[in-house]
Structure formats: structure tokens, C-alpha cells
Unconditional design. Structure first.
Length: 133
């Protein structure tokens, strides 16, 4: 999903943005959206349920990775014709990085990320030495 599309979508939003999940990443989404001037409501299965009325009134839904596509709240939002994106989509939308690398899977993410970080840092050191030579 293109970052420009997401930013345009946010600019056109009229109601508050519904955020699914009150965990660390959901609160970070709320903080980012508020900083950018967007109203949002966080829904969590422990204390604030997402209803059909919420689905009608929200402008966009942002889900935590913990919400499977089959979740009843996502189905409600889909039935009301809402655009649904993930926290990762939102992160890309506001990222200043030229490119991003995503590492997924059940096992080995930390190891792969550590190796890639080591390679990238050594590459930067090598490039700095070449520039000074």
C-alpha cells in the first residue's frame, strides 16, 4: 500500500480513526495520530468493544497484528465499507526511511535482524572509509 494513498485517506477522514488493540503498539498509533491532528478511539476486547455504530461512525480502522482477518470487529468494519489497514501500513505512511526491510516468521527474526544490522553497520563504516580516502 502506497504511503501517499494512506496519507490522502487520513486527510479525507471525517470521523475518528478506530484503533484495534490497546497494547503498546496500539497506544503508539494513538500517540502518532493525535500528534498529527487526527482523533482516534482505541477498542480493546478487555474494556471497550467495537460495535456496529462505531463501525458506521469511524473513518478508518487500524488493526494490531494480533487481530486475524476473520475477527468479528474486522468483519463489522468491512460490512460498513470501511478501509482497514495495519499498524505496519500506518508506520510506513509516516516513515522517513527510503526503504524498509520486514522480517517475519515464527523463528529466527532476532537472529536475522542482528545479522542484517551487523552487515549494514559494517557497510556504512566501509563507505565512510572510502569517502575519506
Amino acid at each position: 500500500m502506497k504511503a501517499s494513498f494512506l496519507k490522502d485517506l487520513l486527510k479525507r477522514s471525517t470521523g475518528s480513526v478506530a484503533v484495534f488493540g490497546r497494547g503498546l503498539s496500539g497506544r503508539a498509533v494513538e500517540e502518532l495520530l493525535n500528534k498529527e491532528g487526527y482523533a482516534c478511539d482505541i477498542f480493546d476486547q478487555k474494556d471497550k468493544w467495537f460495535s456496529r455504530e462505531n463501525a458506521r461512525n469511524c473513518s478508518l480502522v487500524i488493526t494490531s497484528p494480533g487481530f486475524p482477518p476473520s475477527h468479528e470487529w474486522i468483519k463489522l468494519a468491512e460490512q460498513e465499507g470501511k478501509t482497514i489497514i495495519t499498524e505496519l501500513d500506518l508506520g510506513v505512511c509516516f516513515s522517513r526511511a527510503g526503504s524498509l526491510v520486514g522480517i517475519t516468521g515464527t523463528n529466527g527474526k532476532t537472529s536475522v535482524a542482528t545479522i542484517l544490522s551487523h552487515v549494514a553497520n559494517n557497510l556504512l563504516v566501509s563507505l565512510n572509509h572510502l569517502e575519506k580516502a
